[in-house]
Design a protein. Structure first.
Lengths: 142, 253, 124
């Protein structure tokens, strides 16, 4: 390699001149794992969307049969069905990622050993099945 | 030499930063033999021996226990002594210094920030009183060793820091390896320092910046699972916080 | 040998408070919201399930236990959103330097929403 002249004067011998790379604004598009992370975090928006809708739903019941009917009319609109269609995918992704990560945070000791991650995982999915069935039954059989 | 195909080659695009001649980093492309048993570190050694002696990089044990040779290969943090060239064929392989750290020269990063943070959590056995020699050694059952053994596997290779976007965005974050190493001592039955480590880690630039991206555990070459350590520590720290609010009299150290 | 005193004890963060709400909200949302969303937002409007009569819905929701459950679901889910969205704004849009305003906005929305929910559910 041929010797090159110092092209600028700031470097001093035996004094490291550290180079700092700026972190990219769109850092999360670089890796598929980061994209999945951002999508997981954005599911909270779908959760927020639905609980607002749920509260309006409950309020419409308290305001009488006409307002209940009107709200149900809105729920049948293409806009509502479209938004809910996107939201159901998002909240399912939330539930699945949430339960899959639960064993990492919950280390429960019983005597000398801790409960295996598989057991915690299966317990969460079982609870999900029970709660979902219960709510479904509650709404359809009253 | 055995019947290896010596005509196959692979290109390495190597990050160069020579502050005495340039203010910005550049990339140099080198063509190295594609030997089936060579790892990226072997290729770098070949470059330094045969092609460009000025290439600077860290390495030592060549077997994945010293933690020196961490670099980025095609954007993924990896130990270059454990990444086979043939897995990247036909190449080229982009070799860069570990992300999220300042670069001192070529593939060498400055670890000062990590060393300062590691020191902060007192990664040694803390006891209120030193046990006198006459009382003999500390005894541990196999179960007690299992409690912390996974976290003791950390080789300080810093791959987790490179994979962590939070550390990249917010350099004040104390980081995955430090928290895992703090846990290694917190969970050690001989240690009595959990409360003081709790104080250090439960600050705003301690563990609470973590949003459980989880990439740190994915890239860890020793399966330390720092992400799991951090989530467990969040639970412990939260319990401790609620205890201090609801029972402030029990704040003894 | 005396225990070394740590020189770097900073202020204890209050994150655990919000994180606990985030965790509780995430759990309750994960368990309850998929089925509720599916039913009220898709299955009933699209006719896959018979629409419940007004009277039965009213009876179900008039029960104080149901309203308490709904308050828990909507309020904790709102705090789950607040905490998670706050960090998404920091990490995704690099708004860490706007720490206080972002936190104020997120938790503020959750608090206001929870207050509104509590009020309207109470006066059902």
């Amino acid at each position: 390699m041929e010797q090159r002249e110092m092209s600028y004067g700031r470097y001093q011998k035996n004094r490291p001149m550290l180079y700092h790379t700026r972190y990219p604004i769109l850092w999360w598009v670089k890796k598929w794992a980061y994209v999945r992370f951002i999508l997981r975090e954005l599911t909270s928006v779908a959760v927020a969307f639905y609980v607002v809708v749920l509260l309006f739903y409950v309020n419409s019941v308290s305001q009488g049969p006409d307002s209940f009917a009107a709200f149900n009319e809105w729920l049948r609109s293409p806009l509502s069905v479209g938004l809910h269609g996107i939201a159901i995918v998002a909240v399912l992704y939330h539930s699945i990622t949430w339960f899959n990560l639960a064993p990492k945070a919950l280390v429960i000791r019983v005597g000398k050993k801790s409960i295996p991650g598989r057991v915690i995982l299966i317990t969460h999915y079982a609870m999900w099945a029970i709660v979902s069935t219960g709510l479904y039954w509650l709404i359809t059989t009253t | 030499m055995s019947n290896q195909n010596t005509t196959a080659t692979i290109d390495l695009e190597v990050y160069r930063y020579r502050p005495e001649i340039e203010s910005e980093p550049t990339y140099d492309t080198f063509t190295v033999p594609l030997r089936s048993d060579w790892v990226i570190l072997d290729a770098l050694n070949y470059i330094k021996d045969e092609l460009d002696g000025s290439l600077s990089y860290r390495w030592s044990c060549q077997m994945g226990v010293c933690g020196s040779c961490g670099m980025m290969a095609n954007g993924e943090p990896t130990l270059t002594c454990a990444s086979f060239l043939k897995d990247f064929a036909p190449g080229p392989i982009r070799v860069e210094p570990l992300a999220n750290f300042p670069v001192a020269r070529d593939l060498i990063i400055s670890m000062d920030d990590f060393m300062e943070k590691l020191n902060r959590v007192h990664p040694w056995l803390v006891t209120d009183e030193e046990k006198p020699l006459e009382e003999g050694e500390y005894l541990q059952t196999p179960e007690q060793v299992d409690d912390y053994k996974q976290y003791s596997m950390c080789i300080n290779c810093l791959l987790c820091y490179s994979a962590c976007p939070i550390y990249g965005l917010e350099p004040s974050f104390i980081g995955p390896a430090v928290i895992a190493l703090a846990q290694r001592y917190n969970l050690d039955s001989r240690d009595e320092g959990s409360q003081e480590r709790m104080d250090i880690l439960s600050t705003d630039d301690g563990l609470w910046q973590c949003t459980f991206v989880g990439e740190c555990s994915e890239v860890c070459p020793k399966n330390v699972d720092p992400a799991g350590a951090i989530q467990r520590y969040k639970v412990a720290s939260t319990k401790d916080w609620w205890k201090s609010k609801l029972m402030p009299w029990s704040n003894g150290k | 040998m005396q225990q070394q005193s740590s020189k770097h004890i900073g202020k204890r963060s209050n994150e655990p408070f919000w994180w606990a709400l985030f965790g509780a909200g995430g759990m309750i949302a994960a368990l309850c919201i998929p089925v509720l969303l599916f039913m009220t937002g898709l299955a009933i409007p699209l006719g896959w399930i018979d629409a419940p009569r007004y009277e039965s819905m009213f009876t179900l929701l008039n029960n104080p236990l149901s309203r308490l459950a709904i308050l828990a679901i909507v309020s904790l889910s709102a705090f789950h959103w607040a905490h998670r969205f706050r960090f998404t704004l920091y990490d995704g849009l690099h708004l860490k330097h706007l720490n206080a305003p972002v936190a104020f906005f997120c938790y503020g929305c959750a608090i206001l929403f929870s207050a509104y929910a509590a009020f309207s559910l109470y006066s059902f």
